[in-house]
Ligand binder design. Structure first.
Ligand code: UDP
Length: 451
């Protein structure tokens, strides 16, 4: 049983993709709800630096940043692929976090009473058991992706026996419109030898033994899947959308003037483009997208990772009806009435924010759960389209833009996303389900566990 006097929680973040950001947002909100609790937030130095600076100067006596090693071998030359960095990070990650947690306890002069971690970190189950403290696991993606990891064995068996990647997964509730080929590759890969699939495989088996599993989602979406998860995971709590629940409380930083630029456009006329935190589609696809935008003349706002000057045609950069920025206040951009379509990689946060803004999506997924998210938006919720052949070609983009912005089909998508939009906002209200679940979480992490 955890020491009754301890009000110190250690938070173990995953340093890649958009994982640490929403987790720090959650911690910040928890800290407001329980001001007597102190948090140590553990991630790599690089991840902590960017996450803490993005949230503004929130490191204070109550939320302390602790840097852990990134696992890179000495002399490693940076510039490697994200996948390589992740593999190095995963090697020995449990030990590094163990030391980090000990260091946090020392630094704060107070033992740890609870561990909150990214749901990926299955090893925290054992840590929590040894420390006799609760483990709260935070799943930063959607319910459908979570279920595929819990049911990884069943899915693997199905793939082995059916042999086809094109068949729908109709034996899983809510998956009759989803094919094996749409699932995260870590779930369908045959070999569990490589580090990340093996890591996620273990997660699927350990998560049901957490004290509580949180998800960055809202209860009203995918109800059949949600109720299944509810029956299989302890204290399963929808506390999302975190970017809206937490981010909206601080004014957006709009260094490149995206919002005033959008003010000058009529409703549903602009296409917003972002592929998340990485440079994801290859250059020739970005060029195809640029060609389609040039030809269509549709006003666009493009949050471009990397060097736009070197990568995009001059004509596009100088096109009066477009704006290219290195970063946009995406949550607010998608809520702006002038945005009518979102070209996205289908990262979970982007999907939630698109729903929050009532904007239909055009999906160009890259990896992980993104294909599943895009297919769900298209085939299950009817609020998006994917591109012909799964990649961007000039004609494919033009077709998708026409569908979303200029057809009856697009109108229907807008209606459907409008219904979800109302539900997501309701969940996030102070009396909504996500806010109630959040209060329950605050109780869980601050109250005695043995009752
Ligand atoms: N984002 C943003 N401005 C940008 C690009 C991205 O604020 O110009 C934010 C976006 O709002 C979302 C996150 O970055 O919250 C991207 O998360 P997502 O899960 O969609 O993708 P990932 O980066 O993890 O692939």
């Amino acid at each position: 049983h955890r020491p009754a006097t301890t009000n110190h929680i250690a938070v173990l973040a995953f340093p890649f993709g958009t994982h640490a950001m929403p987790l720090l947002g959650l911690v910040r909100k928890l800290s407001e709800a329980a001001p007597h609790v102190r948090f140590s937030f553990l991630s790599t130095a690089k991840s902590n630096a960017s996450t803490f600076s993005a949230w503004g100067s929130i490191e204070d006596d109550r939320i302390k940043r602790i840097d852990i090693g990134d696992g890179l071998p000495e002399g490693y030359v940076l510039g490697g692929k994200q996948g390589d960095l992740m593999e190095h990070f995963l090697e020995g990650v449990a030990e590094r976090f163990k030391h980090g947690v000990e260091a946090a306890a020392k630094e704060m002069g107070e033992g740890i009473g609870c561990l909150i971690s990214d749901a990926f970190y299955w090893f925290v189950e054992e840590m929590a058991e040894e420390m006799k403290v609760p483990w709260v696991a935070v799943w930063t993606s959607g319910p459908r992706a979570l279920l595929t990891h819990l049911d990884t064995d069943v899915i693997r068996e199905h793939i082995k026996s059916s042999g086809s990647r094109e068949k729908p997964l109709d034996f899983l509730p809510g998956f009759s419109e989803i094919r094996v080929a749409d699932l995260p590759e870590e779930v369908v890969t045959e070999s569990l030898d490589s580090p990340f699939p093996k890591f996620l495989y273990k997660m699927g088996h350990h998560l049901p033994r957490a004290t509580s599993v949180l998800i960055n989602c809202f209860e009203e979406i995918d109800k059949d899947i949600q109720s299944l998860l509810n029956s299989r995971l302890p204290n399963y709590l929808n506390v999302g959308p975190l970017s809206m629940l937490v981010l909206m409380q601080q004014p957006p930083s709009d260094d490149h003037g995206c919002l005033p630029w959008l003010d000058n456009h009529p409703p549903n006329s602009v296409v917003y483009i972002s592929f998340g935190g990485f440079l994801c589609p290859p250059p020739h696809e970005l060029a195809a997208l640029a060609d389609a935008l040039l030809e269509s003349g549709i006003p666009f706002l493009w949050s471009f990772r990397g060097n736009a000057e070197g990568s995009l045609p001059k004509g596009l950069r100088e096109m009066g009806s477009g704006k290219i920025v290195p970063w946009a206040p995406q949550v607010q951009v998608l809520m702006h009435s002038s945005v009518g379509a979102f070209v996205t990689h289908g990262g979970w946060n982007s999907v939630l924010e698109s729903i929050g803004g009532g904007v239909p999506m055009i999906g160009r997924p890259c990896f992980g759960d993104q294909r599943l998210n895009v297919k769900t938006a298209e085939n299950v919720w009817g609020i998006g389209v994917s591109l012909e052949g799964g990649v961007m070609t000039k004609s494919g983009v033009l077709k998708a833009l026409g569908q979303v912005l200029g057809s009856e089909e697009g109108k229907l998508m807008r209606e459907k996303v409008g219904i979800l939009q109302a539900l997501i906002h309701k969940a996030a209200e102070s009396t909504g389900a996500s806010s109630r679940n959040f209060s329950r979480l605050a109780e869980i992490v601050t109250k005695s566990w043995d009752q």
